[in-house]
Design a protein around this ligand. Sequence first.
Ligand code: PLP
Length: 404
Amino acid sequence: MLKVNENYLELQGSYLFSTIAKKVNAFTAENPDKKIIRLGIGDVTRPLTPTIIKALHDAVDEMAHEETFRGYAPDLGYEFLRSAIAENDYVKRGCDIRADEIFVSDGAKSDSGNIQEIFSTESRIAVCDPVYPVYVDSNVMSGRAGKYNKDSANYKKVIYMPCTEANNFAPEFPEETPDIIYLCFPNNPTGSAITKERLQEWVDYANRNKAVIIYDAAYEAYISKKDVPHSIYECEGARTCAIELRSFSKNAGFTGLRLGFTVIPKDIVIDGTTLHSLWARRHGTKYNGAPYIVQRAGEAVYSEEGKKEIRGLVDYYMRNASYIYNGLKNAGYSVSGGVNAPYIWLKTPDNMTSWDFFDHLLNDVNVVGTPGSGFGPSGEGYFRLTAFGSYENTVEAIDRITRA
Ligand SMILES: Cc1ncc(COP(=O)(O)O)c(C=O)c1O
C-alpha cells in the first residue's frame, strides 16, 4: 500500500514566518496608511557590488560563444572557485584545508539540511535551543528526531542545549552524549559568538566522544573580535571531527544568486569510511553543480576589489547593528548579539512573551521583528531584530521603539 513518509507528519509546520506574515497582512489591511518597517527577516537588502556584477556579465557573455560555453559544472565545484576558497578562507588563516576538501553548493540551507543523510538514522543529534530550524526539521524528515512533545515543545530524541542569558547564549556539554553536534557561530538567532578557546573545548569533546560537529559559519564575515575564530579548523584536531558550512549569502549578498560550500576534511573516518567519500557520492548522485555564472561571481568575491566591496556591505549592516544595539541598550533594554553578528537578541520587557512583544511592536510602533519562541522553547521571552534593513529604516524603527 502506498504510504507517505510519515516522518514528515511530525513536522510542526513553518508556523513562525507564516504567522508573522498573517499578522502583518491583517494589520496592513486595517491600517493601509501606516508605514511598517521590517527588521524581522534574515534576507539582505543591499544590491550586489560592481565587481560581482561584472563577473556575472562576463560569464554570461562566455555562455554565448561555442569556445567558452559551459554545460554541466563539475558536481563538486569548479577548480577556480575551490582553490580561491581554500586559499583565502583557510590557508590564509592558517587552516589546513585543501581545495579537494571543499564541495561547492547552492547554499548553506541545502547543505545544512542534506548533510544528515550521510549519517545513520540511529545517530543522536544535539542542537542549540534556540536554533536555526533547518537542522531540526531535516532530522525530523529522516526520522532521527522522534516524536514531537507538544507540552515541552521539543522532539523526544533530540538533545537540546539551552542557550540563555544564564550561560551567555553559549551551549554547555549536554548530559547525554550526542553523535552529531550542530553548532552555529556567529549564531542565528541570538547573535552570540564563541571564543577560540571555547570552540577548542568542543572540538576536544567531539574527538573524545567520537562525535561529529556540523559547524555552520554562514555569518563568519560579521566577526569583529579577535578572540572569535572564523573557522573551526583554527582549532587543533578539527580535521578529525568537524564539517564546516559556509555561504555567500550574508557576506556578499548572494541570497538570490545562491552559492555556498561545505568542507569535509578527509581525516574524518567512521568505521573505516570517510565522510568525504560519502558526501562526494551524494553530490555526484543528487546534484549537478552550482551554475558556472554564479561560481564566477563567487570567485570575484575573493578578488582584491571584491574583498573591499564585500567589506563595505558588511560594514553597512554592522552600522545598523550598532544603532539597534546601542539604541535599545540606552533605552534600558537587555540586549546581546550585534557585535559579531547582524542579529540583535533582546529580552522582552516586563516579562512579556515573545508573541506579546511582537504584537506590541506591530500595533504600537509598526515595526516587525521575530519572536524568539519561534526558534525553540528557550527563545521564549526573547526577540530577534536584524541589521539587514536600510540604515534610514533601521534608525526610524529604533527611534520609534525607544520612544514607545
Ligand atoms: C544559520 C544559517 N545557516 C544557513 C543559512 C542559509 O544560507 P544560504 O542562503 O546559503 O542557504 C541561514 C540563512 O538565514 C542561516 O541563518
